[in-house]
Design a protein around this ligand. Structure first.
Ligand code: SAM
Length: 291
C-alpha cells in the first residue's frame, strides 16, 4: 500500500502535486508525526460503533486515521482549495464525508442528525486552527450536542487555562466555562517539529470529557457566566470591587457585601480563588436579590 498521508514524504508530494500554498490566516499547520496522531486517536477511544467529527482536516492526515477507527467520519473544512485534494486522497474511505464550510457557521444539530444517525456516540477530534480555538470549543460545548469526548490539539497555554484549578494564574473565566460543561484532561504537550509549517507557539493535546449534566446547578446559566466574567474584569481587583462596578454601580457597598456574606464569600477574595460551586451560589444569591 501507499504511505500514510501524514508521512513527511507523502505530505510534501500531495502539496506539490496540487500546488497548494499554506494560508497562515487560516491556521494551517499540518501534522506529520505518527506518534502524535496515535496519541490523539487513542485518546478519543473510537470504534466501529462511534462517529468522529473533525474540524479542519487540512490534507487529511488525521482524517485518514479516524477513517481507520470510527464507523462514520465527517470533516468540515473552510478552505475551498483543500476540498478536491481531500476528496482524492480520502477516496479509499467511503464512510468519510467532507463538508466545505466554516464550522462557526454550521448548524451542528442538523449536521449531527444528517451524518451521525447510525452511530451510538460521537467525538470531536481535531488539530484546531489556533486563531479560533476558543469560539469553536465554546460553540461545541454550549450547543449541548450529544458528544462523548472532544480531543483537540490546541495552543499549550490555552490548554493549561482550560484545565486550571482555582488559585493559580491560569484559572479564569475560560477554565470555569470549560469545566462547567466538561472534565478537561491534558494528554500531552507537542513540540513545534511535528508540523509543517511549524507554528510559533507550543501545542498540547487536551481531552474534554463532556458532562451529561453540569457539576453545579444554577438558576440561570446566562447570569452565572455574567457573574464569572465580571469577577475577572480586572484580575488584580477583589471580587467585591469587580462586582460593584458591574452589578451595583449606583449603590453603597454594604448591600453587595451582605449578599457576598450570604453566599459565604469574603469580599476581599479575588475571582481566581472561587470554585465553580462558589460562583454558582453567588450567581443565585445575586439573582434572587434582583441583580
Ligand atoms: N487536520 C490537519 C492536520 O492535522 O494536518 C490540519 C490542521 S490545521 C492546524 C487547521 C485546519 O483548519 C486547516 O486546514 C484550516 O484550513 C482549517 N480551518 C480554519 N478555520 C476553519 C473554520 N472556521 N472552519 C473549518 N475549518 C477551518
Amino acid at each position: 500500500g501507499r504511505e500514510e498521508i501524514s508521512s513527511p514524504k507523502r505530505t510534501k508530494e500531495i502539496i506539490a502535486a496540487h500546488g497548494f500554498s499554506f494560508k497562515k490566516s487560516l491556521g494551517q499547520n499540518f501534522l506529520i508525526d505518527q506518534n502524535i496522531l496515535n496519541k490523539i486517536v487513542d485518546a478519543a477511544a473510537l470504534d466501529e460503533s462511534t462517529g468522529a467529527l473533525e474540524i479542519g482536516p487540512g490534507i487529511g492526515a488525521l482524517t485518514e486515521r479516524l477513517a481507520q477507527t470510527a464507523g462514520a467520519v465527517t470533516a468540515v473544512e473552510i478552505d475551498q482549495r483543500l476540498i478536491p485534494i481531500l476528496q482524492k486522497v480520502l477516496s479509499p474511505y467511503p464512510h468519510v464525508k467532507i463538508r466545505h464550510a466554516d464550522v462557526l457557521k454550521v448548524d451542528l444539530h442538523e449536521l449531527f442528525s444528517e451524518d451521525f444517525g447510525e452511530v451510538s456516540k460521537v467525538s470531536v477530534v481535531a488539530n484546531l486552527p489556533y486563531y479560533v480555538t476558543t469560539p469553536i470549543l465554546m460553540k461545541l460545548l454550549e450547543e449541548k450536542l450529544p458528544l462523548a469526548n472532544i480531543v483537540v490539539m490546541i495552543q499549550k497555554e490555552v490548554a493549561e487555562r482550560m484545565a486550571a484549578s482555582p488559585g493559580g494564574k491560569d484559572y479564569g473565566s475560560l477554565s470555569i466555562a470549560v469545566q462547567y460543561y466538561s472534565e478537561p484532561e491534558l494528554i500531552c504537550t507537542v513540540p513545534h517539529t511535528v508540523f509543517i509549517p511549524q507554528p510559533n507557539v507550543e501545542s498540547a493535546v487536551i481531552r474534554l470529557k463532556v458532562r451529561e449534566r453540569p457539576p453545579v446547578e444554577v438558576k440561570d446559566e446566562k447570569h452565572f457566566f455574567e457573574v464569572v466574567r465580571a469577577s475577572f474584569t480586572q484580575r488584580r481587583k477583589t471580587i467585591s470591587n469587580n462586582l460593584k462596578a458591574r452589578f451595583f454601580p449606583k449603590e453603597g457597598r454594604e448591600r453587595l457585601e451582605a449578599l457576598l456574606a450570604e453566599a459565604g464569600i469574603e469580599p476581599s477574595r479575588r475571582g481566581e480563588t472561587l470554585s465553580l460551586a462558589e460562583y454558582a451560589r453567588l450567581s443565585d444569591v445575586l439573582l434572587e436579590a434582583g441583580h
